[in-house]
Design a binder for this molecule. Structure first.
Ligand code: PAF
Length: 283
């Protein structure tokens, strides 16, 4: 039986509801999302339910993390099915502010991040992105004051940036990363996968295959740089236009030269047709 979660759209109502839970000493987990929920989000919700007494899911398509040329207006919005999915998972509360609530007239503050946010990966191709993400996530943390917040590893740099921000700003929120959920053919689940044409959808899993082959070569003792160059060749040969394919230190995201400098994370961003995909795996 699914019970509809409480849907909250104003800050006073959010504070009332969450203060009520806190007064009863209930732990609170937050799963921040932009809606268009898929099985990856559901796995975060399930993990949150195992870790905390109350689960809050925020649904807010954050204009601040899109550049004027990106897909803010066409970003998939699937409110009804999102609510049904969250009801089926027994989520306690959906925090669904509108843009004016999140960014009232005169809003003039941004969280500025360095370290993993300037690693030269997503930030190189989407310079506006992390300023927008950290500002909204910082606000979500102070609005909801959760004990913990859960994010997918698919956005690996984002996870590192938010972890660093929570620590640096003493936000008192434990940031938990959770494994990427994949389609049967290996494509990482993403709300943007709906943009893929039928042909592009067929080619899209090649990204994961190329990463896996690269990881296998490195684990087998091949030179890291040569394995990454070959992986990039496979990705391009499959029809992608590559933004980056890189081996980085899994915690700092600093470039590394050899497998012994690890733990290593392989990270990729590439376009197939009009769709930009990102993915990553551990070596
Ligand atoms: O990963 C996302 O869906 C978004 O970047 C997030 C963390 C919800 C912030 O808008």
């Amino acid at each position: 039986m699914s019970r509809s979660p409480m849907i909250v759209r104003t800050l006073p109502a959010l504070r009332r509801a969450l203060d009520g839970h806190r007064a009863k000493k209930a732990t609170i987990a937050l799963v921040p999302t932009m809606g268009a929920l898929h099985d990856g989000h559901v796995s975060l919700v399930r993990l949150a339910k195992r870790r905390a007494a109350k689960v809050v899911v925020s649904i807010f398509v954050n204009p601040a993390q899109f550049s004027p040329t990106e897909d803010f207006s066409s970003y998939p919005r699937t409110w009804k099915t999102d609510v049904a999915r969250l009801a089926a998972e027994h989520v306690d509360l959906i925090w669904n502010p509108d843009v004016k609530t999140m960014y009232p007239a005169g809003f003039a503050t941004k969280i500025l991040t360095e370290g993993p946010a300037t690693a030269g990966l997503e930030d190189r191709f989407r310079p506006h992105f992390f300023g927008g993400v950290t500002t909204v996530v910082g606000k979500l943390f102070t609005q909801c004051r959760p004990d913990m917040a859960l994010f997918g590893e698919k956005d690996f740099q984002q996870l590192r940036v938010i972890t660093q921000m929570a620590r640096d700003l003493d936000l008192g929120v434990r940031v938990i990363g959770s494994q990427t959920v994949r389609e049967r053919d290996g494509l990482a689940m993403s709300s943007r996968n709906v943009y893929l044409s039928t042909e592009d959808r067929m080619m899209a899993p090649e990204l994961y295959r190329a990463m896996k082959k690269t990881a296998m070569r490195v684990r087998g003792g091949d030179d890291l740089k040569a394995a990454v160059v070959e992986g990039a060749r496979l990705i391009t040969a499959a029809g992608f236009v590559l933004d980056y394919f890189e081996a980085r230190h899994a915690r700092t995201l600093a470039p590394i030269k050899s497998a012994k400098d690890g733990p290593i994370r392989l990270l990729v961003a590439a376009k197939i047709g009009n769709t930009r995909l990102i993915d990553n795996i551990a070596i």
